[in-house]
Design a protein around this ligand. Structure first.
Ligand code: ZN
Length: 133
């Protein structure tokens, strides 16, 4: 795995959280995107090499909706950049990690993504992401 690609934060309202993060980071979001497969609306912020992704649920089926119901707003996942997501998924499966999707799916920000169950990684939901060139 390469560097941390971004940190995902679950929020109730993307509009109001975006205002706060804009003030906090001193930059506006460079991208807002709806991810149909996850029922979320996302906004990305970039500071230096680091990215923050804010996620708002667009339906009650969304994992973000369930997360906020259970735990409230806050850090939802840490995403790692990988060169070959399929190879990395195979490696993690062999190491005994539980993957939440069997095949890579299309995520936000032009990436193929896969999630690792937080049970496997001491309570932290891990996202693998591979840039689609
Ligand atoms: Zn993410």
């Amino acid at each position: 795995m390469n560097r941390i690609e971004h940190i995902g934060i679950a929020v109730k309202s993307l509009a109001s959280a975006s205002e706060v993060y804009e003030k906090l980071l001193g930059v506006g979001s460079y991208k807002t995107e709806s991810v149909e497969s996850e029922n979320v609306l996302t906004a990305f912020f970039k500071t230096g090499e680091n990215k923050v992704e804010l996620l708002e649920a667009t339906s009650e089926d969304s994992a973000i909706f369930k997360f906020i119901e259970k735990k409230g707003e806050g850090i939802h996942h840490i995403a790692f950049d990988v060169d070959d997501i399929v190879l990395e998924m195979e490696r993690l499966k062999e190491e005994g990690f539980i993957l939440l999707n069997e095949t890579p799916k299309l995520g936000a920000d032009n990436k193929l993504v896969c999630f690792v169950h937080p049970k496997s990684s001491h309570g932290v939901l891990i996202e693998l992401c591979q840039q689609i060139s």
